[in-house]
Design a binder for this molecule. Sequence first.
Ligand code: CUA
Length: 314
Amino acid sequence: MNAWLRSVMMPHAGSAYAGRVDSLYLFLFWVSAALFALVAGGVAWSIIRYRRRAGNERGAHLAENPKLEIAWTVLPTLLVILIFFWGFRTYMDAAVTPADALEIKVVAKKWVWQFEYPNGVRSLNEVHLPVGKPVRFVMISEDVIHSFFVPTMRVKQDVVPGTYTQLWFEPKEIGVHELTCAEYCGRGHSDMQGKIWVDDQKKYDDWLENGGEEGKTMPLAEFGKMLYESRGCQTCHSLDGTRRDGPSFKAIFGNPVHLTDGRTVIVDENYVRESILQPQAKIVSGFEPVMPTFQGMLREREISALVEFIKTQK
Ligand code: CUA
């Protein structure tokens, strides 16, 4: 009965902790069901057994019943003490991270999950984990409150701006799990979904080595837009012609720009690439040489993506 209830009431249990949460939950469920049956059954029985039959019937006078009163005080007290310690232990299981946990940094922002691994590999809306190893997520938000929720692991934690929050779990079998945002965070809230891939150590190592490139399944221009928004380009380069610290990207590609040294160059792929990696080489006239270099901070594909994105700005 319990196993059947688990299967209909709970998502798949992806960790040992999930099983413990379910056991506690089902215990509470059965206690509640039993108490409900006891109270509702007692009421129903009393209604029938003690219904008024004759017009002049009077109830019997009842004296105290110490045994009954002690029983209905002591038994529920023991029950809530049990529930407290059981709940507290389960809570502590979730609150205290094992020291050897793999640590992954999470940045939540409207409306994506960004992950960064200890070796610097980043991914977007996609987590890869080795099976049987505890993993700790250290999380922060760049804007509003989000909530990191993995139903199959029975863990959920708010991700807030200004302070780190964390949670951990230990995936016990190979498979794919859903990650979702459980705090309404604006228009794209329901799109804030991710996948958690639990792999064997070899597959995980392989992914960490080769596959951890964010946006690898996106078209270049789209990926470029994401980088434009996430790497700070938008702070200085507008898309609508507005003047900020750097030239606007509006209709810049393919057109000539005047430089501070008097030359005029056409904005092509190489000019954009050079401006990202050596921003001081060719400064557009009227602007200060304030842009930091992105040398070593962007992969080739990321630079190509930014070029493609700038190309689409008409
Ligand atoms: Cu992020 Cu809802």
